[in-house]
Design a protein around this ligand. Sequence first.
Ligand SMILES: NC(=O)c1ccc[n+]([C@@H]2O[C@H](COP(=O)([O-])OP(=O)(O)OC[C@H]3O[C@@H](n4cnc5c(N)ncnc54)[C@H](OP(=O)(O)O)[C@@H]3O)[C@@H](O)[C@H]2O)c1
Length: 501
Amino acid sequence: MSTGAAPPAAIVIFGASGDLTRRKLIPALFSLFRQGLLAPETTIVGVSRSRFTDDEFRERSRDGVADLAGQQFDEAEWASFAPRLRYMAGSTDEPATFEQLRDLLASLDADAGTGGRYLFYLSTAPSLFVPIVAGLGRVGLNDEGPDDSGDAFSRIIIEKPFGEDLASARALNEHVSAVFQERQVYRIDHYLGKETVQNLMVLRFGNAIFEPIWNRRYIDHVQITVAEDLGVGTRGGYYDKSGALRDIVQNHLLQLLAIVAMEAPARFDSRDVRDEKIKVLRAIVPFDPRDLKSVAVRGQYEGGRVGTEDVPGYREVDGTDPDSNTETFVALKVAIDNWRWSRTPFYLRTGKHLPTRATEISLQFRAAPHLPFTSNAVDAIDPNVLNLRIQPDEGSSLQFIAKAPGPKIELRTVSMDFAYGSSFVKRVPDAYERLLLDCLLGDSTLFTRWDEVERAWEIIDPLLEAWATAPGPFPNYHAGSWGPVAADEMIARDGREWRRL
Ligand SMILES: NC(=O)c1ccc[n+]([C@@H]2O[C@H](COP(=O)([O-])OP(=O)(O)OC[C@H]3O[C@@H](n4cnc5c(N)ncnc54)[C@H](OP(=O)(O)O)[C@@H]3O)[C@@H](O)[C@H]2O)c1
């Protein structure tokens, strides 16, 4: 991962009037600017069809940042940032849009000093990825120089989802790689930009005490949970074509698994880290479509109570099919066939309208082989668990057994906690800040390489196919519960249980 300020560049955001731009991208760029990590010449060009002037786009962006920052919003700082924002109305269906963009970028190079360094951010529906890539290629904006300074670049950040199955991902990648070289392509998975995910690598490879026990001999199993308390909200139409496997498992969950399970990279750079991740993904045992029941559970929520609110069932949400076969919950048992993890299962689960919003990796250690204390049987004692919380409050904790004060030996489970908020005074940066900065600096360590994306689709494709052809037993869990009973049964068959978060 890189450090230091980014060189001057033009950052072009396709989908500038959209939700992600307003809530994440502009606030992240503003934050980098405030920290002095964006060069003063850097110019951000928003592109979408809406007819905004530069000032209207600035005003809109200001409102987004101010909403997010609340009391912390600093009008004077915004005033010095706002002139960095430009807007260009245009449809990506029109060849003229790309010609106009090429001319605008040339004028910025000449007048603002962006130096032929371009970062294109594809924050649009995936159906526009191919037309945008092709349009950029047609006008030569994929070209990286030569220019006077010799350090021109053209990089492209592609939002998720990268394809909707293996075949479509391969087709998309063919289009992308016909125009951009792999080193120019930054496929974003914003989980990789989260502090705890980066810290997981530091925890594993910066400390001597964890690595010796980070394997099948000491770890009984691993659980990775991405739980959302929200439902699909207003995105019913989009979600009904996607589902939890595509939306969360193919990208975030498999990426988290790869980082937990990978070997130590020789160097912390984009090649070595990603080489290690792909080895793990390749070692995942493929799902056998004939035996899915023992390793895969899907669910869809019906109406229920989440917190204090009554919520409707998934099939009643606007935009979803009343007979929808889309899963809003997935639980998987994943086997990794290598020396480190043989017979140590990784249980993954994700779902909408679960009781809480929490993303957590937990490594459950094997039980102590023998307890010399008479009054407590070994199986009555909680095992040691290392929890890595990714959201909402980033941090980690180690659960172990201690003696309760008193004349007798009484064993209690206690926890040693590390929370970013209390250990560091510094604010935890948003994932998009880290990733935008890394891309400007040419560091793709925290972005997914094509072979990882392809392998992830290979892993889930058999499930997608099997589930598309057989209707699910839906709905099968109440909103506000921890998912279908079958998910509990799946893990219980192995003599284990899901952590209650
Ligand atoms: N929102 C999130 O929290 C989030 C999180 C993770 C990933 N993502 C991904 O990020 C991407 C953007 O998501 P979003 O939620 O921001 O979508 P969105 O709100 O629907 O925005 C889509 C953008 O595309 C523009 N657009 C549509 N057709 C266009 C065309 N023909 N030419 C030029 N611009 C066009 C729209 O503006 P006009 O109508 O003005 O043209 C709008 O700015 C998606 O791939 C999504 O999967 C989003």
